[in-house]
Design a protein around this ligand. Structure first.
Ligand code: ADP
Length: 141
């Protein structure tokens, strides 16, 4: 079993898409092993998006990600990382395939509704980052 981290970003929460997004993951047989509503601190946003710190839109990302509550989710399944990335779709909502979350709910790359870990190592780091000592044990189903 593999775990991945998903964040329903502030626009997803504001637009009341939480239920529909989570439904998609459950429909795909992913198990929710941890979930929390919270605000992302500016410091955590800086760490989470450190790979983009040289980009001109870095400040925009920090403001976006700290603009309201988010939902943190840990999802578990065989190949959960690849499964969820496929369901989330390309970064830019304009290019994301219809049927993916971004392809159905996002129209550009400024506010693209969800984050999902892009590889198993990132998933482990991100679960630690946002759940720390509360990081979920793998659940055997
Ligand atoms: P992904 O979220 O698909 O893994 P990245 O790690 O490249 O993609 O980007 C992280 C986030 O930064 C994106 O999901 C999006 O919210 C934001 N972002 C990426 N590119 C841009 C851009 N050109 N302008 C504004 N925001 C962007």
């Amino acid at each position: 079993m593999e775990q991945t981290l998903v964040i329903i970003k502030p626009d997803g929460v504001r637009r009341k898409l939480v239920g529909r997004i989570i439904q998609r993951f459950e429909d795909r047989q992913l198990t929710i092993t941890a979930m929390r509503v919270d605000r992302m601190s500016r410091d955590l946003a800086k760490v989470h998006y450190a790979h983009l710190q040289e980009k001109p839109f870095f400040e925009e990302i920090l403001e976006y990600m700290t603009s309201g509550p988010v939902i943190y989710l840990v999802l578990e399944a065989d190949n959960a990382v690849a499964l969820v990335r496929g369901m989330v779709g390309f970064t830019d909502g304009l290019k994301a395939t219809p049927g993916t979350i971004r392809g159905d709910f996002a129209i550009n790359k400024d506010e693209n509704v969800v984050h999902a870990s892009d590889c198993p190592e990132a998933a482990r780091n991100e679960i630690q980052r946002f759940f720390g000592a509360e990081a979920p044990l793998e659940i055997a189903i």
